[in-house]
Design a protein around this ligand. Structure first.
Ligand code: PMM
Length: 266
C-alpha cells in the first residue's frame, strides 16, 4: 500500500501533494512502482493534529480519487468518517481504511456492510489531539489484540462479513516507542486472530527517536527510510498481509530480496 496524503499538514509528506495534478501523478507513480493499493487521505492524523471538517476532507480527496480511478489505480480511502468514505467509494475507491476501527463514526459499520468492500480496522483510542495521553498499557500486545477483537465484534454486529475485515495494530497511535517495538516483536499474536494484518510504520516518530543524533535530535522524517524498510521487512517476514509505506520502490526491492531467499520466517 502506497501512501498518498492530500493534506497541507500531514505528518510525513504533508503539503507536497495538496495540488490535484501532483497528487494524481504521485499516485500513478507509486502504483507503477508496485503498490497494489494507493491509500488516499485528506485529514492528517499526526500526533496533535487539529481536525478538518468533512466537507474539506471530501473536497481534498474526491478529485484525486476520481482521476486515479480513471487511470485504473486501486485505492483505499483513509478516513474515520462514513460520509467521506461514501463519497470516496462513489468516486472509485475500493477499500475503507479507518484508523479509528469504526469507533469515531458509528455509521461506518453500516456503510461497510452495504458496500461489501474491505474495511481496515486500526487499533485506536482517540483522536490525534490527545492520543499521546492514552498510551498507557500493562500488556500492549494483549490489550491491542483484545481491543481489536472488540472492534471486529462490533463490525460483525453491524452486518459486515468477516472476509471484509483487515486488522492493523496502529503503530504510533496512542503508543509510545516501547509499545511499537513490543507490537513489532509479537505480530504473530495479532495474525493468530485469523484476519489479514496491515503494518504501517513508515517514517513514524519512534523511528526518528531510535535514530536520534548525540544531542538527542530525532532523525528528520525524510531520513528514516532504511529504518522503515528494516521494520517493514521484519513485519513481512512475520506474516503480515500488507504494509503501508511512502517509499514504494525501495520496499518492493526489499520484499524481492526476502522472496529470493525463500521467504524465510524470522
Ligand atoms: N498511519 C497514518 C495514516 N493512516 N492507516 C492505517 N491503516 N495504519 C496506520 O498506521 C496509519 C494509517 C499516519 O501516517 P502518515 O501521516 O505517514 O500517513
Amino acid at each position: 500500500m502506497g501512501v498518498l496524503n492530500v493534506t497541507p499538514d500531514s505528518f510525513s509528506d504533508g503539503g507536497r501533494f495538496a495540488d490535484v495534478d501532483a497528487a494524481v501523478a504521485h499516485g500513478i507513480l507509486l502504483h507503477q512502482q508496485g503498490a497494489d493499493i494507493i491509500d488516499v487521505g485528506g485529514e492528517s492524523t499526526r500526533p496533535g493534529a487539529e481536525r478538518v471538517d468533512a466537507a474539506t476532507e471530501i473536497a481534498r480527496v474526491v478529485p484525486v480519487i476520481s482521476r486515479l480511478a480513471e487511470a485504473g489505480v486501486p485505492m483505499s480511502i483513509d478516513t474515520t468518517r462514513a460520509k467521506v468514505a461514501e463519497a470516496a467509494l462513489d468516486a472509485g475507491a475500493v477499500v475503507i481504511n479507518d484508523v479509528s476501527g469504526g469507533l469515531a463514526d458509528p455509521a461506518m459499520g453500516t456503510l461497510a456492510a452495504d458496500a461489501h468492500c474491505p474495511w481496515i480496522l486500526m487499533h485506536w483510542r482517540g483522536h490525534s489531539m490527545n492520543m499521546n495521553e492514552l498510551a498507557v498499557y500493562k500488556d500492549v500486545v494483549a490489550e491491542v489484540r483484545d481491543e481489536l477483537s472488540a472492534r471486529v465484534a462490533a463490525a460483525l454486529r453491524a452486518g459486515v462479513a468477516p472476509e471484509q475485515l483487515i486488522l492493523d495494530p496502529g503503530i504510533g497511535f496512542a503508543k509510545k516507542a516501547e509499545h511499537n517495538w513490543e507490537i513489532s516483536a509479537h505480530l504473530d499474536e495479532l495474525i493468530d486472530l485469523g484476519f489479514p494484518v496491515l503494518f504501517a510504520a513508515s517514517r513514524k516518530t519512534y523511528l526518528g527517536r531510535l535514530l536520534a543524533d548525540e544531542q538527542g535530535h530525532p532523525r528528520p522524517v525524510d531520513e528514516r527510510e532504511a529504518a522503515t524498510i528494516a521494520t517493514t521487512i521484519l513485519a513481512v517476514a512475520a506474516g503480515v498481509w500488507g504494509v503501508r509505506v511512502h517509499e514504494v520502490r525501495a520496499t518492493v526491492d526489499a520484499i524481492k530480496v526476502w522472496r529470493a531467499t525463500g521467504s524465510p520466517r524470522l
